[in-house]
Design a protein around this ligand. Structure first.
Ligand SMILES: [Zn+2]
Length: 130
């Protein structure tokens, strides 16, 4: 049985971030739909589910890979924002800012007053209150 499954999955795409997030969305839609009992939400959930299954068993792995890469590029700013919030919460003795010219993240010690910051990446100087 296990060998049959392995043989069946050979050359097929499988799970990636896009599929994982889509499945999460499907579950969220079905949970929301417990309260609304809406047909459109239900069919949307099934449609996304079908797409996930299609992508999982697809043999065009390169195309699926490219879709996932596109998706990862799109959600990168959101992931960066979440990472920044995590850092801010766990590190209370520093402040985090982005360089206004190159967007490089800089970490500054708190409680030093107004300071001139030199970006470690592009060497642009900017003023920040810590
Ligand atoms: Zn910079």
């Amino acid at each position: 049985m296990k060998e049959k499954l392995i043989r069946f999955m050979q050359g097929r795409y499988g799970i990636d971030t896009l599929n994982n997030h889509a499945l999460f969305l499907v579950i969220a839609l079905f949970i929301v739909n417990i309260f609304f009992n809406n047909r459109i939400i239900m069919w949307l959930g099934y449609l996304i589910w079908l797409l996930v299954i299609y992508r999982m068993f697809s043999r065009q792995t390169y195309k699926r890979y490219q879709e996932n890469e596109k998706y990862l590029k799109r959600i990168k700013p959101i992931q960066q924002w979440f990472n920044l919030q995590k850092k801010r919460l766990s590190d209370r003795s520093h402040k985090y800012y982005r360089c206004p010219s190159c967007k490089q993240m800089v970490r500054l010690p708190k409680g030093k007053g107004k300071i001139i910051v030199t970006c470690p990446s592009c060497h642009q100087k900017f003023e920040k209150r810590t």
